[in-house]
Design a protein around this ligand. Structure first.
Ligand SMILES: Cc1cc2nc3c(=O)[nH]c(=O)nc-3n(C[C@H](O)[C@H](O)[C@H](O)COP(=O)(O)OP(=O)(O)OC[C@H]3O[C@@H](n4cnc5c(N)ncnc54)[C@H](O)[C@@H]3O)c2cc1C
Length: 463
C-alpha cells in the first residue's frame, strides 16, 4: 500500500513526484507514456506525432474545427512545449477569484511557490541578438504601428545556438536536456536515484474505498491494480477529467467536464521577397506585451511551424497549397492567441472515448478577427507581398474540466486541492484552471503543484 500514487508526469505530476520523493514519502508514479530521453526522442516531425502524442498526433473537437495537442510520455506535454514561463498578472488572478471564490488566487499568496519553482529551473530571457529574421520583422513593424512587445522568458540551460541548433527540433523533445521539461527539470535525476515509477501504465478506473483508493490500469494492455492511501491526479485537463468521468464521479460532481478553455491560436503567414528562414535558431523570442491588447483579450505571438504542421494549417489544396509550401523559406508567421470564454466541455462517450465540445462564442470570434486584422497590418507594413490566414485553430493550453472552486455545484476541486467530498484524492494540474488566464499556463501549474506539495508534506499525510 502506497501513501501516495501520482498519476501523470507533466509540469504538475513531475513537480509533486519530485517534492514527495525528496521528502522521503512512500510513493508510486504512474504514467501512460514511455520513458524517453535525449538519446531516444524522435528525430523527425512525423515520428514525433506518432510516438509522443495521444491519438497519434492531433485530437479534434466534435465539430472538427479545433485541434488539440497533448503528449503521452514521461514529462507530459512539457517534453514538446516551448517552455515559455510567465507568472500570471493581477487581471488573471482577479478573474480566477471571481469565477471560483478562492481567495488565495493572488500574486502575493503564490509568490513563494513561484519563487521555489523559478529557483529550481534554469531560466533565460531572450535578448536582441537572439532574434531571428521573423522576430526582427515582427518587432520593427510593431514599433512603427505602436504595438508594445517584449522578450520572452524560457526554461532552458544551454541550447548551443552557436553550434547551429534550432529550437524547432525541441518540439519533438530536447536532445540536449537544455529545455526545462518536467523530465529534465525534475524527474531525470529522481529516476536515477530510485524514484518508483511505472510507465506505459494508463489508469482507467478510480475506486474510492473511504480511507484508501484502488486504481485499475492497463500496463502495456495487461490489467493491473494498485492501492494507495492518497492519490494525486495529474493527467492534465483531458487526462484527469477523463479518469474521473469514466470512474462515475459525475453523479456527485455535476461540474465535472465543464469550463474547458484552451487559448485557441490562429496562425497567419506573411510572404516576403527575402529569405526569412523563420525556423532557424530560437524561433520564438518575442510576443506582444501590450496592455491594450491584454485588455481586449488576445495577444500576438511571433511563431513558426515545422513543414508538415504548416501544410496541415490550410484547408485548400492544389496551386494555393503548393504556393505556400514552395515559399516556406520566405514566410514569416504571427499568431493570435485568444483568451477564450469557458464554453467548452470534456465528455466521455459510452465506449469510453473522449469527446470535446468547444463552441466558439461571439466574443471569441471578435477577438480572433481583431487579432488577425492587426497581424495583417503588421505583416503588410513590413513588406509582406501576401498574407495567408489559417482557418484552423489549435489548442495547446488545455485547461479546466475539473475546476477549482468553493461551490461543489460549480466546481470539482476544493481550495485545498481535494476533489469535493474526497479527503484523499488531490488535483493540482491544468484541469483545475477556473477560466482562461490569457497567459502561458505552465509556470503557474508548477507553482500550484508546489503549493500542494508543501501542503502534503506540511500536513505529514503519511510521509
Ligand atoms: C506544442 C506546445 C507548446 C506549448 N508551449 C507552451 C509554453 O511555451 N509555455 C506554457 O506555459 N505552456 C505551453 N504549452 C502547454 C503546456 O505544455 C501544458 O499546459 C502543460 O504541460 C500541462 O501540464 P499538466 O501537468 O496539467 O498536463 P500534461 O503536461 O499534459 O501531463 C499529463 C500527463 O499525464 C499522463 N496521463 C494522462 N492520463 C493518464 C492516465 N489515465 N494514466 C496515466 N497517465 C496519464 C499523460 O500521458 C501526460 O504525461 C504548450 C503545449 C504544446 C502542445
Amino acid at each position: 500500500m502506497y501513501d501516495y500514487i501520482i498519476i501523470g508526469t507533466g509540469p504538475s505530476g513531475g513537480n509533486i513526484a519530485h517534492n514527495l520523493f525528496k521528502a522521503g514519502a512512500n510513493i508510486l508514479v504512474l504514467e501512460a507514456g514511455k520513458l524517453m530521453n535525449k538519446k531516444t526522442f524522435p528525430r523527425t516531425e512525423a515520428d514525433t506525432s506518432a510516438r509522443l502524442y495521444w491519438g497519434g498526433g492531433i485530437e479534434f473537437d466534435t465539430d472538427a474545427k479545433m485541434g488539440f495537442l497533448r503528449t503521452r510520455v514521461v514529462g507530459g506535454t512539457s517534453i514538446v512545449n516551448q517552455c515559455l514561463l510567465d507568472r500570471f498578472d493581477d487581471i488573471a488572478f482577479n478573474d480566477w477569484k471571481a469565477e471560483s471564490g478562492v481567495n488565495w488566487f493572488t500574486n502575493e499568496q503564490l509568490a513563494k511557490h513561484y519563487d521555489t519553482v523559478e529557483h529550481a529551473l534554469a531560466l533565460h530571457t531572450f535578448t536582441a541578438n537572439e532574434m531571428n529574421r521573423n522576430a526582427q520583422l515582427f518587432t520593427q513593424s510593431c514599433d512603427k504601428i505602436g504595438v508594445k512587445w517584449g522578450y520572452l522568458r524560457k526554461g532552458q540551460s544551454d541550447c548551443a545556438q552557436e553550434r547551429g541548433n534550432d529550437c524547432m527540433a525541441c518540439l519533438g523533445g530536447c536532445h540536449r536536456d537544455s529545455k526545462q521539461s518536467s523530465y529534465a527539470g525534475y524527474l531525470r535525476d529522481d529516476i536515477a536515484a530510485g524514484l518508483n515509477i511505472q510507465t506505459e501504465t494508463e489508469v482507467t478506473q478510480i475506486v474510492h474505498n473511504g480511507n484508501t483508493v484502488t486504481l485499475h490500469a492497463l500496463q502495456q494492455s495487461k490489467p493491473v491494480t494498485f492501492q494507495a492511501k492518497n492519490i494525486v491526479l495529474a493527467g492534465g485537463a483531458f487526462g484527469t477529467t477523463k479518469m474521473l468521468l469514466q470512474s462515475g464521479f459525475k453523479k456527485q460532481l455535476p461540474a465535472l467536464g465543464k469550463n474547458f478553455s484552451t487559448h485557441p491560436q490562429f496562425m497567419s503567414f506573411g510572404l516576403f521577397n527575402e529569405e526569412i528562414h523563420a525556423y532557424k535558431g530560437y524561433f520564438q523570442t518575442v510576443a506582444s506585451k501590450d496592455p491594450n491588447l491584454r485588455q481586449k483579450g488576445y495577444k500576438l505571438e511571433n511563431v513558426f511551424a515545422p513543414p508538415i504542421s504548416a501544410a496541415m494549417l490550410f484547408s485548400r489544396t492544389g496551386a494555393y497549397h503548393q504556393e505556400i509550401m514552395r515559399n516556406y523559406t520566405r514566410m514569416t508567421c504571427i499568431e493570435v492567441a485568444v483568451r477564450d470564454e469557458n464554453a467548452g466541455e470534456i465528455k466521455v462517450d459510452n465506449k469510453g472515448k473522449l469527446t470535446i465540445d468547444k463552441p466558439f462564442t461571439a466574443q471569441d470570434r471578435r477577438r480572433r478577427d481583431e487579432g488577425r486584422e492587426l497581424i495583417a497590418n503588421i505583416l503588410t507594413n513590413e513588406g509582406a507581398k501576401k498574407v495567408y490566414a489559417s482557418p484552423f485553430s489549435v489548442g495547446l493550453h488545455l485547461m479546466g474540466g475539473s475546476v477549482m472552486g468553493t461551490d461543489s455545484a460549480k466546481s470539482v476541486v476544493d481550495p485545498e486541492f481535494r476533489v469535493h467530498g474526497y479527503k484523499n484524492m488531490f488535483v493540482a494540474d491544468s484541469s483545475i484552471y477556473p477560466n482562461a488566464p490569457g497567459i502561458n499556463p505552465s509556470l503557474t501549474i508548477m507553482a500550484l503543484a508546489q503549493k500542494l506539495s508543501d501542503q502534503l508534506i506540511g500536513a505529514n499525510h503519511g510521509i
